[in-house]
Write a protein that binds this ligand. Structure first.
Ligand SMILES: Nc1ncnc2c1ncn2[C@@H]1O[C@H](COP(=O)(O)OP(=O)(O)O)[C@@H](O)[C@H]1O
Ligand SMILES: [Mg+2]
Length: 255
């Protein structure tokens, strides 16, 4: 069963073809990596999948539903979450607050409930706090729940971003370069976290430069070059593809 399908997605910025006729399907429960050189169109593709950018041509389907023209918040409510290439936390907030705020996108009560502090509102608030603490623990940040977000190390801030995305209870999680700027041990930790997220049944699409992580963590890989999909398949297939080696890897990948 496919959770996501991109069908002939193109995105032009003036004369630049950031994406050209990109088609792929993501099976539920898998980890798929999108790889390719800088400027290949990876982030633009993510933006098209979650409604931040609209494709110039083509369509995106989530669980069989055409989401191409939907707004980002509607797509988030359907169950797709993402993290950004650059950290976008509320840095002045505490770690717990950051996750609580993210979870509110899913809470089912109105502004009136919060104004009048109804029982439903108070119950919801309590369960949101509990759930947020669970997510924080899951992301390995329990020691930092009550710390200011800006006091966290770079690696922990990245994990907090993932925790925030998880708080929206996604079925599909998009991670844009989650290990960028990390040292090898932080990268290893993130890989463990990604695997743990997959074991919850959440489907993951990853933009990633660390080839060791890509080759070890991915079930499937999609390779972009100059906005075009030049290869896709299992890691062992993709790293032997002559077109990939020529365009991107330069030499055969050892992993
Ligand atoms: N908002 C934009 N306006 C103009 N050009 C853009 C915009 N976003 C991306 N591009 C261009 O589209 C191409 C793909 O960029 P991007 O998706 O960021 O690549 P990647 O994430 O693979 O490095 C690049 O040539 C980039 O300069
Ligand atoms: Mg990018």
């Amino acid at each position: 069963m496919q959770i996501l399908e991109a069908r002939g997605v193109s995105r032009y910025f003036g004369g630049i073809k950031a994406l050209e006729d990109v088609t792929f399907r993501i099976p539920r429960g898998t980890i798929t990596s999108i790889i390719g050189p800088n400027g290949a169109g990876k982030t633009t593709l993510f933006n098209c999948l979650i409604g931040i950018t609209k494709p110039s041509k083509g369509a995106v389907f989530f669980c069989g539903k055409d989401i191409t023209t939907m707004q980002p918040h509607e797509i988030c409510r359907l169950g797709i979450a993402r993290t950004f290439q650059n950290i976008r936390l509320f840095k002045s907030m505490f770690v717990l607050e950051n996750v609580v705020v993210a979870q509110h996108t899913r809470a089912e009560y109105s502004v009136m409930h919060s104004i009048f502090s109804t029982k439903k509102f108070l119950d919801t608030e309590k369960s949101i706090t509990e759930k947020s603490l669970e997510i924080i623990e899951f992301a390995g940040l329990h020691e930092h729940a009550h710390s200011p977000s800006q006091s966290l190390s770079y690696g922990s801030q990245k994990r907090l971003e993932i925790a925030r995305a998880l708080a929206t209870e996604p079925e599909l999680l998009l991670l844009d370069e989650p290990t960028a700027g990390m040292n090898p041990s932080e990268t290893e930790d993130i890989m463990g976290l990604i695997k743990k997220i997959q074991s919850l049944g959440i489907t993951i699409i990853l933009i990633e430069h660390d080839m060791k992580l890509v080759m070890n963590a991915s079930d499937f890989i999609v390779v972009l070059d100059h906005g075009v999909k030049i290869s896709e398949g299992r890691p062992d297939e993709v790293c032997k593809d002559p077109q990939v080696i020529e365009a991107y890897l330069g030499k055969e990948v050892v992993y």
